[in-house]
Design a binder for this molecule. Structure first.
Ligand SMILES: *[C@@H]1O[C@H](CO)[C@@H](O)[C@H](O)[C@H]1NC(C)=O
Ligand SMILES: *[C@@H]1O[C@H](CO)[C@@H](O)[C@H](O)[C@H]1NC(C)=O
Length: 285
């Protein structure tokens, strides 16, 4: 099913690639085709799509031959039928004109709306919670890469620790990122402190960029130093996930743990079983 849909799209965009530059007097650079349809996963629960992609039936062309804005970032190519022939992101044609205003790509957002919701930016690879909707999450294939949006479904919520969805009950939290009170500053994502966001707010353009600490299980974002710091899971010595030639020693200090980072001597690595530095390269750990 999925392969079929993608094939149809490839054909659709091959056609569009030839048609749109003429209609727009814009030069389209070669690009990888973008999915404009919703892809159902085998589980049937999740719905994946590319950022900014709209399903073709989300725009009513009303039989016209025209270019129409599908939303503030995407433009639809109408060719005499109800559904458009294709929907493309304006930024694909010209990054300097990422917005759609009155059926044309523009460098500024429509004056009547003023704010255009940002597409999800991939700050790193992996899973990210949706900043405003606890029933959704993203998968990023690489830094600055494609973000695939997934939906947990109705009455379900995404759990960032488990990286899975669960039924929503009175006990489950619906975590989102609250940028309302923190313009142009960092905020944490709920109680999972390895996830944080920057709330950008400039001249009508609001954007929430979600980040995560490289090791999300053992680190958290520290608001004072604006960096990811190691978080002790318990007292004692612990393997350092970001460098096997070092370890953390955690001790209690009041109600909290303090961590001291120790480096092994040159040519040694930390052995988790023996809880000490042993000669040899990291692979031996
Ligand atoms: C979640 O909700 C669905 C639909 O209400 C139900 O069929 C399913 O058994 C529930 N799952 C769990 C783990 O409670
Ligand atoms: C939470 O509890 C209230 C009252 O006990 C109930 O009406 C409501 O449906 C519950 N919500 C969920 C999501 O379970």
């Amino acid at each position: 099913m999925v392969n079929m849909g993608v094939k149809i799209l490839l054909v659709a965009f091959a056609l569009i690639g030839a048609f749109v530059p003429v209609a727009f007097s814009l030069v389209a650079t070669p690009e990888s085709p973008e999915a404009a349809v919703t892809i159902e996963s085998s589980a049937g629960t999740f719905v994946a799509k590319y950022p900014g992609a709209k399903s073709l039936n989300s725009v009513d062309c009303a039989g016209e031959y025209a270019l129409k804005c599908a939303d503030c970032r995407n433009i639809a190519v109408c060719a005499g039928e109800k559904a458009p022939l294709a929907i493309k992101s304006c930024s694909n044609f010209n990054p300097a004109k990422p917005y759609c205003v009155n059926g044309a790509c523009s460098s500024t957002v429509a004056p009547d709306t003023g704010v255009c919701a940002a597409e999800f930016r991939c700050s790193s690879e992996g899973y990210f919670p949706h900043p405003n909707d606890c029933s959704k999450y993203y998968f990023c294939d690489k830094v600055n890469g494609n973000a695939y949006e997934y939906s947990c479904g109705e009455n379900r919520v995404y759990l960032s620790r488990q990286k899975s969805c669960t039924n929503r009950t009175n006990e489950t939290e619906c975590e989102t990122i609250n940028c309302q009170d923190s313009p142009n500053s960092f905020v944490h994502y709920g109680p999972h402190l390895a996830y944080y966001a920057f709330c950008s707010s400039e001249a009508g353009r609001k954007e929430t960029v979600v980040y995560k600490c490289p090791d999300e299980d053992t680190s958290e974002f520290d608001m004072e130093t604006l960096s990811c710091v190691y978080r002790c899971p318990a007292e004692g010595r612990h393997f350092n996930p970001s460098s096997c030639a070092s370890f953390y020693e955690c001790y209690r200090s009041g109600l909290e743990y303090q961590a001291i980072r120790w480096s092994c001597p040159m040519g040694f690595h930390y052995n988790t079983l023996l809880q000490r530095c042993e000669p040899g390269p990291c692979q031996a750990a």
